[in-house]
Design a protein around this ligand. Structure first.
Ligand code: COA
Ligand code: AMP
Length: 629
């Protein structure tokens, strides 16, 4: 069947389509139907089924006689470690860890925070939670203690599983002091912590609260898989919204199993047994869906890569990994390729490796610029497929269904809507616009399986953030258009979310940190174009009237403040002090115009602007830091 037929069927007969896709999953109790719409606009999939995610990702492959197949390859150029774990070993390791967690009281429904770098133990921790029906919430290592504390208070975990350290090129990231600091800041206290001690740094454990990873598991009874209902939360993953409070995206178990399994062949075109690599981090949605769950559910080999595209040791690392582990499909963010291209513009290093078994490159996480796509096509000699999705959806909203029918690539477009996503472009009044016209991108409800049913203990916020602007639709927060052939074009966010090196960040959260500085009266943060990272945050600070503080010093202080409170991942390095911010007469800060000025683009003077002279001041302030050229 071709794409059009499959897609149309998914919308015309969602029950038939998704019940058929569900046959690829091992159920303890099969669902009686796919969609449960009694509480619309809150939808649930396979709610009356019973299932276990860890069984589907691990045990069933062992039961099917594939225990000797490699499940996880850990390739860590930053430590020199290369390790393979087969499905049988993975099962034993996960069952033992789950047993130890259970012995300390972790049960179905309890939350467990995981704060770990790119080591296989991070996946094992996720799977051990899934085995017990505990709800994990992985926090990215590049976040500071405060961000971790916010997540601890929101999901109130019974336990935290951490590592002693992470390794960034040139420095050891001391995870344990960050974790201790976060627990101290948080109101909620976990019952206990389990710490995976790494050779690079052994952390001090707090007696009575912290357990060593290995000692903790000594002599315990391994745990079997605990069946959960289809709508049981598999995990919570926090993502940036407009304010400083992150949104806890909930992933329901059954829909996520069905959708991810479907995507592995139809989108990523891999067969069970083949090697699939997503070069992301377990702290992001790509890490959840396509380092951990997707490839394992589908019986692939997944790679846990602990390194960077450049500098570990050079811009040929990705090609080395693809060649050495015989990767068939590779997924990364455009930023990573831009970094490689910057170090090795002609792509000469690829000549040192045989990557002929690679079928295709998949890009997502941020807009894929045509230069990067063309460069990748040229040096890698494989099709390059951009695809578009979000933490909220858990898998592609739009992509090129290469495993079903590879569609012609239009550079700059993530191709077409995936099954179950009825993607519409709407004007401000919520009416569909004509092909080629820019509008807000929305998806007619219900969203397909695998997408978020709600936000963690914040259904009101879920409804307000996603379902209110366009009743009957899910608001993606992206703007774009659809062309005559149904191809989507993603242009920009409609909110204050920016995308820095494929990392989703909230300018609102950064503004909250800047505003907390005692000398700052008012502030704004925008995302300016950055040749490597796509966007980079830039702060504008108005100091208190009469402040005689040295401006450069205040700038240094706010940069440190953002690093300390949000984390290095915010990559907040640029800020300027200005007298005033450009505003409309009603007091709204004109961030859009500031972005255009920073990027050296033409802009239209808004009729509602309070005082146009301010824009010249903004321009010269930006020029002083090398922008607005
Ligand atoms: N733990 C601790 N710190 C981390 C971290 C982690 N897991 N990940 C990143 N950081 C730190 C970095 O060390 C850096 O710190 P610095 O300010 O001291 O240099 C800071 O956060 C910013 O990181 P990043 O924006 O990633 O920049 P970089 O200069 O370290 O690397 C790239 C640039 C392009 C090589 C890198 O961003 C990259 O590989 N991007 C791919 C993005 C990606 O995979 N995204 C996932 C979505 S698909
Ligand atoms: P995240 O939730 O971190 O995955 O970020 C999701 C956001 O990243 C989307 O809403 C888009 O703004 C952006 N994004 C992701 N993939 C793409 C893509 N292929 N093209 C353009 N923007 C993208």
């Amino acid at each position: 069947m071709g794409y059009t037929e499959v897609y149309e069927r998914s919308l015309a007969d969602p029950e038939g389509f998704w019940m058929e896709a569900a046959e690829a999953i091992d159920w303890v109790k099969k669902p009686s139907k796919a969609l449960f719409d009694e509480a619309a606009p809150i939808y649930e999939w396979y709610k009356d089924a019973e299932v276990n995610a860890c069984w589907n990702a691990v045990d069933r492959h062992v039961a099917a006689g594939r225990g000797a197949q490699t499940a996880i390859i850990h390739d860590s150029p930053v430590t020199g470690i290369k390790q393979k774990i087969n499905y049988s070993q993975l099962r034993s390791r996960v069952a033992r860890l789950a047993g130890a967690l259970r012995a300390r009281g972790v049960e179905k429904g309890d939350r467990v925070i995981i704060y770990m770098p790119m080591v296989p133990e991070a996946l094992e921790a996720m799977l051990a939670c899934a085995r017990l029906g505990a709800v994990h919430s992985v926090v990215f290592g590049g976040f500071a203690a405060h961000e971790l504390a916010v997540r601890i208070d929101d999901c109130t975990p019974k336990a935290i599983i951490g590592a002693s350290c992470g390794i960034e090129p040139g420095r050891v990231v001391h995870y344990k002091p960050l974790l201790d600091g976060a627990i101290e800041q948080a109101k909620h206290k976990p019952d206990f912590c389990v710490i995976f001690q790494r050779e690079e740094e052994v952390a001090k454990l707090i007696e009575g609260r912290d357990y060593d990873w290995h000692a903790f598991q000594y002599g315990v009874e391994p745990a079997d898989c605990v069946p959960v209902s289809g709508d049981h939360p598999a995990y919570i993953l926090y993502t940036s919204g407009t304010t400083g409070a992150p949104k806890g995206v909930v992933r329901a178990t059954a829909g996520h199993l069905v959708a991810l399994n479907w995507s592995m062949k139809n989108i990523y075109n891999v067969n069970p047994g083949e090697v699939f690599w997503a070069a992301s981090d377990v702290g992001w949605v790509v890490g959840h869906s396509y380092i951990c769950y997707g490839p394992l559910i589908h019986g692939n080999t997944t790679i846990v890569f602990e390194g960077k595209p450049v500098g570990t040791p050079d811009a040929g690392t990705f090609w080395r990994v693809i060649s050495e582990h015989k990767v068939r499909s590779f997924f990364t963010a455009p930023t990573a390729l831009r970094a490689i291209k910057r170090d090795d513009p002609k792509g000469e290093l690829i000549g040192n490796y045989d990557i002929s078994q690679l079928r295709a490159l998949y890009l997502a996480g941020e807009r894929a610029d045509p230069d990067t796509i063309e460069w990748a096509q040229k040096v890698m000699q494989v099709p390059v497929y951009d695809h578009w999705w979000q933490t909220e959806t858990g898998w592609a909203i739009a992509g090129n269904p290469a495993g079903m029918q590879a569609l012609p690539v239009k550079i700059g477009s993530p191709t077409v809507a995936m099954p179950g996503y009825d993607v519409c472009i709407l004007d401000e009044g919520g009416h569909e616009v004509a092909p080629g016209t820019l509008g807000a991108i929305a998806v007619k409800l219900p969203l397909p399986p695998g997408t978020l049913p709600t936000l963690w203990s914040a259904e009101g916020r879920y409804r307000k953030s996603y379902l209110t602007t366009f009743p009957g639709y899910y608001e993606t927060g992206d703007a774009g258009m659809k062309d005559e052939d149904g191809y989507l074009w993603i242009m920009a966010r409609t909110d204050d979310v920016i995308n820095v090196a494929g990392h989703r960040l909230s300018t609102g959260a950064m503004e909250e940190v800047l505003a907390g500085h005692p000398d700052v009266a008012e502030c704004a943060v925008i995302g300016a174009a950055d040749a490597l990272k796509g966007q980079a945050p830039v702060g504008f600070l108005c100091l208190n009237t009469g402040s005689d503080r040295d401006r450069a010093e205040v700038v240094r202080e706010v940069v440190t403040r953002v690093r300390d409170q949000i984390g290095p991942v915010a990559a907040f390095k640029l800020a300027v002090v200005v007298e005033r911010l450009p505003k409309t007469r009603s007091g709204k800060i004109l961030r859009g115009i500031m972005v255009k000025i920073a990027d050296g683009q033409d802009y239209k003077m808004p009729a509602t602007i309070d005082d146009p002279i301010i824009l010249d001041e903004i321009k010269s302030a930006l020029q002083s830091i090398g922008l607005a050229k």
